[in-house]
Design a protein around this ligand. Sequence first.
Ligand SMILES: C[S@@+](CC[C@H](N)C(=O)[O-])C[C@H]1O[C@@H](n2cnc3c(N)ncnc32)[C@H](O)[C@@H]1O
Length: 376
Amino acid sequence: MKLMEKPELGQYMTFELSKEKPIHGWFWYKEGYAPEIVEYAMKDCRPAAILDPFCGVGTTLLAAKEKAVESVGVDASPLAVFVSKTKTDDYDKDDLESALAFINKKIGGGGLDWEFELFSPHAAFPKRNYNEILALREAIEQEEGRTRNLLLLALLSILPQASIVMKDGGVLKIDKNKRALPAKEIFRRKVKRMVRELEGRSQGHAPTLFLGDARALDMESDSIDAVITSPPYLNNIDYSKIYGLELSLLHMSAAEAGEVRMRAVRSFIGRRMDVSDMPPEVGEIGSRIPIIGTYFKDMELSMAEMARVLKDGGSAYIVVSNSVIHETHVMVDEILGQMGERIGFRDVEILVGAERIADVRPQKVRTRESMVVLRK
Ligand SMILES: C[S@@+](CC[C@H](N)C(=O)[O-])C[C@H]1O[C@@H](n2cnc3c(N)ncnc32)[C@H](O)[C@@H]1O
């Protein structure tokens, strides 16, 4: 296993630079990366077909589409699959004209029920925003196909700005001092931005997308040239909660949010833990802190699936961050690298992109973000 410094990749390992990029920036996803990560990997191995088994908001798929490369995306969250699909679809002139016509329509309505498992959505928005959001949601349902998806994505994407909710680490908090922006107005602006960014774009290979589990992929063996992905970070967040408002507005019942949670990699505290068959590379910390053991078990299953679907000569590029949990520094990249060697990848490199100082009082710990490259 080789370790190399690649500081030029560091800035692309977070979503920050995606925010202002056309289409990539439509839906803020703190856990995403920038398309340059994907471009780097594509240059490295020139793939004809790419898989992202943790596709999030579709950065890999959109970057592949922009280079006319075929791709497949899988995610355990229906919200992620919806956002990815809408960002990578092909739109024609009629779709865009209908979206613009919608924002000038008079919207009435109400009467929809919006249920969210953590707190009442009423508490999350000023009354006027709450009513506008529900009226828009209802009216969007009358639209068709791709236009409906564009409008719905615009609405989901403005919820953070229109609410008084803060995404604080792994939890949602109501902050009465937060200023919520007017929902209808920012929705309109968002739709205009989206249409502007789609106008004049060439159409291309829309990816194949499905709701699924990276640990058990419904895909043929030896069918993919490259896996380019970033799994959930260890102990980072429970996606079904932190994006719960968006998920529930997409029309999920509380029970379905629970299902998303059960499908997800066990990267957060709060899931039932079973450390009975922990990967040997994890060592003592896996039994001392069970969440670490279960996380790496899930990653072992996911990496075995990557090895199965990759063709001989194919490569996997996995962006991860090392973590500090209960004052224990976990070298996620090295453990994944060692597991990859055992699973049968013939060559493993760790490209270190960025170092960060984690404030785990009373000490400060130096952690890093890196790309683990595995060749089959
Ligand atoms: C770090 S994010 C990926 C972000 C992505 N690179 C991007 O730029 O948008 C990890 C994703 O893994 C998904 N996920 C969690 N457990 C999963 C599982 N078992 N199978 C597939 N996806 C899963 C989460 O829903 C989340 O969208």
